[in-house]
Design a protein around this ligand. Sequence first.
Ligand code: SF4
Length: 175
Amino acid sequence: ALYESDDLAWLGGLAHEVRTRQNGDVVYFNVNRHLNMTNVCTASCAYCSFQRKPGEKDAYTMRIEEAVRLAKAMEGEHLTELHIVNGLHPNLPWRYYPRSLRELKKALPHVSLKAFTATEIHHFETISGLDAGEILDELIDAGLESLTGGGAEIFDWEVRQHIVDHNTHWEDWSR
Ligand code: SF4
């Protein structure tokens, strides 16, 4: 039915039916809070109001202790998931990222770490010389539990070249 119908309300009804059958009236909430460790980015996507160039006013990069302190401050809000995305920083070493996850997981062991877009994983390949498989293995070992979906807005190259100026094409994202 998912592949054959474009009737979203009807599909939503089917999903609700299955959910109700399995969980009755019980609903679970995921308390997701965002942590952006740096807004410094070499790219300039047309839709992005977040990125800053190195040295620009408001540009920031957190020390790992600072990121942990901020995450700990959100704990009181019944935090269940940290959502971490960053700019494509030109100088931060690859090691910064697994170290950050490791420290965040140590400080908040019960909080799920959803971190990095596929665009960032591709960026890590460039700065580390490792391939995506090795990078993901190391990040998972450090505490990564899921990736975020960012960077997948529009894959058609004709359109994409007008909205993003980094090198992550749909083939890289998909890989
Ligand atoms: S790569 Fe991400 S942070 Fe950088 S400009 Fe694009 S959307 Fe913004």
